[in-house]
Design a protein around this ligand. Structure first.
Ligand SMILES: *Cc1c(COP(=O)(O)O)cnc(C)c1O
Length: 431
């Protein structure tokens, strides 16, 4: 078991990190280690230290590291054709779009737009929502209409590009870039009065605002510390969207592709109340480590609002990424990893509370997107303590640790993580 204590950074790590700081912009703070290679749920740094990875590149490495089928698919595709531009199509891109529509259970006529990241998936969703908003009667300038609005949630996270950032709540990361996209408003999840008020502000005359084109939300707010919105509230949002002809965009960049014990979190009744989205965005886990993301528009009418010139990206739907994604989805299916996510998540959450460590107040999450709330705000110290003992966990907030292990994680891997988590001193210093 990897409980050997490594107090200091290895010499190779230290040397590479010194160079990193010389040539890489400091947007991520100092990286924890310089990683070299991985296998399954384990990854090694440049000093040869081994780590059991319970973050998986932030919910990206669905199959862990170097899964043979993923490596084979990517290698074969690279040897065949890696990129063609969107003047041409490729088989992997077509197969992947069809597979995603099927896994999402989206209705006849639903279509996919591919991008290269979560933010790009959300950019596409926001642009489609804007086009949709123009079709709403209250948005017609000729009769005194006003531009349609987007409602987003406080504590929501949708990415760092300017459009996605406009719908991202955290003031510290938004404010320096003001003014952002106009017409985005935030409501507090669970506050149904605020939601009603936001919709009710629509109207003609000097005080009326434009109609609401869309509500964008995560069913579990990942970056906010793995916080589910609650099925009742989500149902309420859907009802108000329906009454007001607004779209519901569910950002499944973090929750999607099996992570929560369903292909998409909206398919879990306890997270969504059974509601269906109008758009779903995906990225992180979809291609097992290859940069890939996108958006599914539910129904042909919505999907057809994008026409040639509406949107695009040089790399979008690139065959190498599509092959990586097809291999990832194939292995998740063949190895029953959606079921594994459910079982291992339960083992992890129950195991954490069963450690009896007084530091752990409560667990939350679904499948393999989980967090434990800490008795005092010492998450960074806990994260470092675990790292030195060979376990990667994430200090998502000062008072919470996040876990997002690869979907291939085994019962023994979870036991190993729990053995380390059990011994975390309850009196580590606060962040
Ligand atoms: C990570 C994340 C994003 C942004 O994805 P990037 O690939 O970093 O652009 C958007 N939404 C959610 C919910 C995320 O977790």
């Amino acid at each position: 078991m990897a409980t050997e204590h490594k107090e200091t950074l290895g010499v190779n790590d230290a040397q590479w990190l010194g160079e990193y700081s010389q040539v890489h912009m400091n947007v991520f703070g100092t990286p924890l280690r310089v990683m070299d290679h991985g296998q399954g749920a384990h990854v090694w740094d440049v000093d040869g230290n081994e780590y059991l990875d319970f973050l998986a590149g932030i919910a990206v490495n669905s199959l862990g590291y170097a899964h043979p089928k993923w490596v084979q698919a990517v290698s074969e595709q690279a040897a065949k054709v890696a990129h063609v531009s969107n003047y041409f199509a490729t088989k992997p891109q077509i197969e992947l779009a069809s597979k995603l529509v099927e896994l999402a259970g989206a209705p006849e006529g639903s279509k996919v737009y591919f991008g290269n990241s979560g933010a790009e998936g959300n950019e596409a969703a926001l642009k489609l929502a804007k086009l949709y908003g123009r079709t709403l009667p209250g948005a017609l300038p000729s009769i005194g209409g006003k531009p349609a609005r987007i409602i987003a949630m406080t504590n929501g996270f949708h990415g760092r590009t300017l459009g996605a950032l406009s719908a991202t709540w955290k003031p510290a990361i938004r404010k320096p870039f003001d003014p952002l996209l106009p017409g985005v408003e935030f409501v507090r999840p669970g506050d149904t009065v605020a939601l009603h008020d936001a919709f009710a502000a629509t109207g003609l005359g000097p005080y009326g605002k434009g109609p609401v084109a869309a509500v964008i939300l995560e069913l579990i707010q990942g970056e906010a510390g793995v916080k589910p919105l609650g099925a009742e509230y989500v149902k309420h949002v859907r009802e108000l969207c329906d009454i007001n002809h607004a779209l519901l965009i569910i950002d499944e960049v973090q929750t999607g592709i099996g992570r929560t014990g369903a292909w998409f979190a909206f398919q879990r009744e306890e997270l969504s109340g059974g509601v269906k989205p109008d758009m779903v965005t995906f990225a992180k886990g979809v291609a097992g480590g290859f940069p890939m993301g996108g958006m599914i528009a539910f129904g042909g009418k919505l999907a057809s609002l994008f026409t040639p010139g509406s949107h695009g990206s040089t790399f979008a739907g690139n065959p190498l990424g599509a092959a990586a994604a097809l291999a990832t989805l194939g292995v998740i299916e063949d190895e029953n990893l959606v079921t594994n996510a459910e079982a291992r998540g339960q083992q992890l959450r129950e195991g954490i509370m069963a450690t009896g460590n007084p530091l752990y107040v409560a667990v939350r999450g679904c499948g393999l997107l989980d967090a434990v709330e800490l008795k005092h705000p010492c998450a960074h110290a806990v994260m470092n303590w675990c790292l030195e003992r060979g376990l990667i966990v994430n200090a998502v907030r000062a008072d919470a640790l996040r876990f997002a292990p690869p979907l291939i994680v085994s019962e023994q891997d979870v036991d190993q993580a729990l053995a380390i988590l059990k011994d975390v001193p309850a009196d580590l210093p606060n962040d």
